[in-house]
Design a protein around this ligand. Structure first.
Ligand code: PRX
Length: 660
């Protein structure tokens, strides 16, 4: 790791505008430092105080942190609460009943508004419906839904009855969905007839039917179907029912299930460095606390804000900053069904203007693609739209390069909106390292400093903390409330993946490299240090794609690496050895297309390799290990300077380099 270059010498710091600082929830560096010092001085007291402030407890907790079974930490464990009660009933009590909770804009532009009172009623009806179906505390429910009010209602309704939801991104294939349903042991699936994106209807219910094919999914007793397009979809008698019919039959109030603080709130599958996705399991109270607190700190949320997070509920960002965080703090938020480029690449900017969004949170990939689109077509340049309502911008999911950062700052934020570049992960539940927008100057390309209470550090391979300026491994030194509790069904994998013995067993390993700036101590994330790729902010395991490619009847062997891409950040590049002669020319193009479709069908279109190169063999050491570093260099088109003396067959290098 030590060969990671230190940051460039000249640091460009952009200070928050005075009027932002004046009104900020954390105003000025001294206020930020005071929060950090409070956490340092009395770690448990710090968290306990915020947990009492942010959460309505049914039964107050008396013990803040139980470290007896580390790294299986338990937070606020003797407290009892309900997360949906905190997101909904609490708001009704605070006078937010008639406040708009969600402004939903459909793909075709149709807008639906729903107040906190109406959302509460819907969630209660579905919660009652779930109970009537026999779904209750601890049962797992898979949600395979489009971006919709109903998707959020489904998540909240599960939380209300103590069921554990597992949202599967609606772009995943039947096979991926099936794997997750089986791994979670789901008893019900909530889905829609179809989803609509970019003017096109895409099936969902038929994918669920395929996923539930006999031979492994018998524990799924019910499939609940939201009517999105009204397409005719067959219902399986005794198993399937319409969401609207289920809800209409139920009263609009529902006593929540009071659960222990550590009761699992959800499982969300994400890619790791082995073939099988990991079911990241979060707990109720700690997760809710951090969702609410980061809304206040990172997003500086105020009662009049119109918050817009463009993520999908299928990813963790859509969990924390759509389904839970904004509701936990009584905010009004925009939820969008469609894609940023439909009907044209000005859609985001048009919606910001139309709904007067004040806080806008999106991914670098979206920004990069909108930069390109507006370079081509000035009519969709953000400068053509009324973005005057914006006061804060955010970025998430992947590193944002300084050029895109500056474009975003200048053209979307008009040079006066701070940008919070938020580093976090599915496992962390909420932001870990991010500028506090009213407290600290921004440095393009850096996610600044850890949030108060988050003890982040950069260490070497033995867990020793490194001086600023030296690249190393990003770790979190102390447990925090919203951390992953376990890998569903595989506690051992949780332990090995996140608290490895090599680092001493007590440091949380994020899986990313980082370097701190010499002067400011700011963190810059240098990318994953494991075999995980980040394509358009979607996390993918190279092993997962490799094993799918290798399962194709024509493929003998495959290796997958990442390659920098100026739109998607990283792109998937696959090196493939067929069971027959190496294809060339037109044949190679045809096989590559077939393999891409295969990956789309087996995992998801988001995992399709951008590039597939064929060879007679893969470069291996004499002991038979695929030389991935070499493949990464070849994919990037780099000059190979690596020592190749251990390579079994040097002749294949040329093949790999030339093959396209
Ligand atoms: O590599 C880091 C990158 O995304 C990974 C987490 O992916 P996921 O669990 O899917 O969650 C994405 C949304 C939180 C991290 O290990 N990542 C996330 N945010 C940033 C980032 N890399 C650089 N800068 C960020 N702001």
């Amino acid at each position: 790791m030590s060969d990671i270059a230190p940051l460039q010498q000249e640091i460009e710091l952009i200070h928050p505008p005075a009027q932002f600082v004046d009104q900020a929830n954390i105003a000025g560096m001294a206020a930020y430092r005071a929060h950090c010092a409070a956490a340092e001085a009395d770690y448990e007291g710090f968290w306990a105080r915020h947990a009492r402030d942010c959460i309505s407890w049914h039964r107050p907790f008396t013990r803040t942190l139980n470290e007896d079974h580390a790294p299986f930490y338990r937070w606020f464990e003797d407290g009892q609460l309900n997360v949906s009660y905190n997101c909904l009933d609490r708001n009704l009590q605070l006078g937010n009943a008639d406040k708009t909770a969600i402004v939903f804009e459909a793909d075709d532009g149709l807008v639906t508004r729903i107040t906190y009172a109406q959302l509460h009623a819907k969630v209660c009806q579905l919660a009652n419906g779930l109970r009537a179906m026999g779904v209750g505390k601890g049962d797992r429910v898979v949600i395979y839904m489009p971006m919709s009010i109903e998707g959020i209602v489904a998540m909240q309704a599960c939380a209300r009855v103590g069921a554990v939801h597992s949202v599967v991104f609606a772009g995943f294939s039947a096979k991926s969905l099936r794997e997750r349903i089986i791994d979670a042991g789901a008893v019900a699936v909530i889905t829609a007839d179809e989803q609509v994106r970019g003017g096109k209807s895409l099936p969902l219910k038929s994918i669920v039917d395929e996923a539930l094919a006999p031979g492994g999914c018998e524990m799924v007793r019910h499939v609940v179907v939201h009517r999105r397009t009204g397409a005719s979809v067959p219902l399986v008698a005794g198993r399937d029912l319409w969401l609207d019919a289920l809800m209409a039959a139920q009263p609009a109030t529902c006593e929540p299930e009071w659960v222990g603080a550590e009761h699992p709130l959800f499982i969300l599958y994400t890619s790791g460095s082995t073939g099988k996705p990991k079911g990241v399991q979060h707990a109720s109270a700690g997760y809710l606390l951090w969702a609410a607190l980061t809304m206040k700190w990172t997003f500086d949320i105020k009662p009049d804000d119109i918050f817009w997070c463009t993520a999908d509920i299928g990813w963790v960002t859509g969990h924390t900053y759509i389904a839970y965080g904004p509701l936990a703090v009584g905010a009004t938020q925009i939820v969008f069904e469609g894609v940023p480029t439909y009907p044209n690449a000005g859609r985001f900017w048009d919606m910001v203007g139309k709904h007067r969004a004040t806080i806008f949170y999106t991914a670098p990939t979206a920004i990069r693609s909108l930069i390109k689109a507006s370079d081509k077509d000035p009519a969709v340049h953000p400068g053509r739209y009324d973005l005057s309502s914006l006061r804060l911008l955010g970025s998430v999911g992947e590193p944002i390069d300084p050029d895109s950062w500056r474009w975003y700052h200048r053209n979307v934020g008009n040079g006066n909106c701070p940008i919070v570049d938020t580093f976090w992960q599915t496992e962390t539940g909420g932001h870990m390292i991010s500028p506090m927008p009213g407290a600290m100057p921004l440095q393009p390309g850096s996610c600044a400093l850890p949030l108060p209470g988050i003890m982040a550090a950069v260490v070497d391979e033995t867990g020793k903390e490194l001086p600023h300026g030296q690249g190393g491994i990003l770790v979190i030194k102390r447990p925090w409330p919203s951390m992953i509790r376990t890998v569903w069904g595989d506690a051992d994998r949780f332990w090995r993946s996140y608290f490895p013995a090599e680092l001493g067993g007590n440091l949380y390993l994020a899986g990313d490299g980082a370097v701190r700036n010499d002067e400011t101590g700011y963190f810059t994330i240098t990318g994953r240090i494991d075999d995980v790729l980040n394509v358009s902010g979607h996390r993918m395991g190279t092993m997962e794609i490799e094993s799918v490619l290798a399962a194709h009847c024509d493929v003998a062997e495959a290796a997958v690496v990442g390659k920098p891409d100026d739109t998607t950040g990283e792109a998937v590049c696959a090196f493939v050895v067929l069971k027959r002669t190496r294809p060339q020319g037109e044949e190679a193009a045809q096989v590559a297309t077939a393999l891409r479709e295969w990956v789309a069908r087996e995992i998801s279109p988001i995992a399709k390799p951008k590039e597939i190169r064929f060879a007679d063999n893969l470069p291996k050491t004499r002991s038979g290990k695929v030389m991935r570093r070499l493949l990464r260099g070849i994919a990037k088109g780099e000059q190979i300077t690596q020592d190749l003396s251990t390579l079994e067959d040097p002749a294949i290098l040329a093949q790999l380099r030339d093959a396209q």
